[in-house]
Design a protein around this ligand. Structure first.
Ligand SMILES: *Cc1c(COP(=O)(O)O)cnc(C)c1O
Length: 398
């Protein structure tokens, strides 16, 4: 079955992702099943998306009820779920009534909106970080540092300067009064869960504000309880960005993005400046509300911290793991050799969905409902997964 679907995929779907490893048909909690009936513990969670896991009844109910009531209307009209979601996000950020939200459908779109917003400052320059990932649309790509993603699409819009991540001096010398914004991930996700020094974001905020620039934090991956706080910047005292962008975990699998701005940044986009047909539609908004309320109701912030510590500890004790990074259920593991891709394959054989962000780097961004038993199972399986991967890598590199 899996093989059949994969063959049809190759004959019908544009080959932008490379051949899919599996055809998945069903999910429950932190588990998924492929078309051949094989079960996997899902440690990728749709890339930090399935915060509530798969088929959570609260999400299913919210989406079903909203779709039966009012599924979609144009943004010429207000809907209660969208307004309630904006209010809740602003409340969770603690930003009060001088903050505003723009809804879209993805992380890249949330960043496009933020990038357009920065243009309304009257300045055009943006400073971003090496190792950054902000999405694949042209504007978001202009902020993304990876040459392999950028070069086939040059010229990209914007005047974007890249500085080494976690380097305050570099940021200091790159930012002057012509810079509209500094854009940073609080923890770099696609780079492999790279955590900056504790004072880096506060320094970025000071530097931005010294020059009248905005601090824009891309929390598309780190936001919505992923790190054990509602937003990763809340792990740090005194960091208050002007703009944050959200997506991934926000809808729990229903596509939605959000750009939240406060203070003068909240009013930079004016009527006619930006728009979207689908963004923040009632179904997506109801889904996101269900995600936020379930995180609260099920104590998933605490659970994320606890499971996160358990995951970090079991990774750290593995032979071959040199370093474990991250916070909550966003973790990176540096291996002692370039066998991460092989570990993903041997993990799959053993019934675990793993993810490699680099030749020797694994990333773990599982559902926040992952159980202690799921982690015990990983603990038991991981030594063999890594041994097998190491051996496979040695076979292919003589
Ligand atoms: C995934 C990601 C994006 C892009 O989100 P899409 O929904 O894939 O467009 C942007 N920024 C960060 C930090 C991400 O991790």
């Amino acid at each position: 079955m899996s093989e059949q679907i994969q063959q049809r995929y190759a004959g019908a779907v544009m080959n932008t992702f490379g051949p899919p490893a599996l055809a998945l048909v069903r999910g429950q909690g932190a588990h998924v099943w492929d078309a051949d009936g094989k079960e996997y513990v899902d440690l990728l969670g749709g890339i930090a998306v399935n915060a509530l896991g798969h088929a959570h009844p609260a999400l299913v109910d919210a989406v079903t009820t909203q779709l039966q009531t009012l599924g979609h209307v144009s943004n010429f009209f207000a809907t209660e779920p969208q307004v309630a979601l904006a209010e809740e996000l602003v409340g969770l950020l603690g930003w009060g009534d001088e903050a505003r939200v723009f809804f879209s459908n993805s992380g890249a779109e949330a960043n496009e909106a933020a990038l357009k917003l920065t243009r309304r400052t009257g300045r055009t320059r943006v400073v971003a970080a090496e190792g950054s990932f902000h999405g694949r649309t042209m504007g978001a790509l202009s902020l993304t540092s990876k040459a392999a993603y950028r070069e086939p699409f040059a010229p990209l819009p914007g005047e974007v300067a890249f500085v080494p991540y976690d380097d305050v001096a570099a940021l200091d010398s790159a930012v002057d009064d012509t810079v509209a914004a500094i854009v940073l991930e609080p923890i770099q996700g696609e780079a492999g869960v790279v955590v900056p020094s504790a004072d880096y974001l506060a320094a970025a905020q000071r530097i931005a504000h010294d020059h009248g620039a905005l601090l824009w934090l891309d929390e598309v991956q780190t936001g919505i309880a992923r790190t054990g706080a509602w937003f990763a910047h809340q792990l740090l005292d005194g960091v208050q960005p002007d703009v944050i962008t959200l997506a991934k975990g926000l809808g729990g699998g229903i596509p939605i993005g959000a750009t939240v701005a406060r203070g003068k940044a909240a009013t930079l986009l004016q009527p006619g400046n930006h728009g979207t047909t689908f963004g923040g539609n009632p179904v997506a908004s109801a889904a996101a509300l269900a995600v936020l309320r379930t995180i609260e109701a099920e104590g998933l912030l605490t659970a994320t911290l606890e499971r996160g510590d358990q995951l970090a500890a079991l990774l750290a004790k593995q032979t071959g793991v040199l370093e474990v990074t991250g916070s909550g259920l966003m973790r990176g593991a540096e291996l002692d050799g370039p066998y991460a891709a092989q570990a993903v394959a041997s993990g799959r054989d053993a019934g675990f969905i793993l993810n490699a962000t680099g030749p020797s780097r694994l990333r773990f961004v599982p559902p926040l409902v992952l159980t202690s038993d799921d982690l015990d199972a990983l603990d038991e399986a991981l030594p063999t997964i890594l041994d097998t991967a190491r051996a496979a890598a040695q076979e292919t590199t003589p």
